[in-house]
Design a protein around this ligand. Sequence first.
Ligand SMILES: CC(C)(COP(=O)(O)OP(=O)(O)OC[C@H]1O[C@@H](n2cnc3c(N)ncnc32)[C@H](O)[C@@H]1OP(=O)(O)O)[C@@H](O)C(=O)NCCC(=O)NCCS
Length: 168
Amino acid sequence: MTGGSAAGVTVRPAREEDIDAMVDLLAAVAEEGRWIGTEAPVDRERRRRRYAEDLQRDNTVVLVADAGGELVGELGLILARYGVADLGMLVAAGWRQRGVGSALLRAGIDRARQAGAHKIALQVWPHNRAAIALYERFGFQREGRLRRHYRRRSGELWDAIVMGLPLE
Ligand SMILES: CC(C)(COP(=O)(O)OP(=O)(O)OC[C@H]1O[C@@H](n2cnc3c(N)ncnc32)[C@H](O)[C@@H]1OP(=O)(O)O)[C@@H](O)C(=O)NCCC(=O)NCCS
């Protein structure tokens, strides 16, 4: 599917009552072990508290992809005072490649712009081809590579690619 018009999926701001499902989604993607910074096992209570705090902060935007009441994706933005919005996102494994990520990203870019950010920044594992392809389709450029930067629970040191999207 192209253009991010995932049928039956609505992108909307996260609400307090989404928090349990957001934690479930994060835990499930962390369990996959390959795509996101967060590693399993996820400390659910801590995550719940963090999401609850995020929903209160005015420098943070949390959007969810809602498929008729099922939470199938999430995107977070944290706007730094210097104007850069840091982005993180994920889509449930069974819902990938159907335009959900595109719909979330399109809405996230709009929200970052509305919030006055001049740029969106993110980091992605070099092996995460799906994410890199999605970001590049939306105009993000590779700005550099952090080498042997992140220590994983396995002890391995992983590189990360830094990507950016200027909004001006
Ligand atoms: C990356 C991710 C968010 C993409 O979400 P998605 O809903 O699958 O994305 P879409 O269906 O909107 O795909 C949009 C475009 O992304 C690219 N893409 C998505 N999945 C891809 C894959 N498996 N291989 C190659 N390109 C892919 C394509 O360019 C695609 O466009 P196309 O369908 O016209 O080819 C999703 O794979 C995911 O949540 N992965 C696990 C968590 C993660 O990696 N988060 C990002 C961390 S930096």
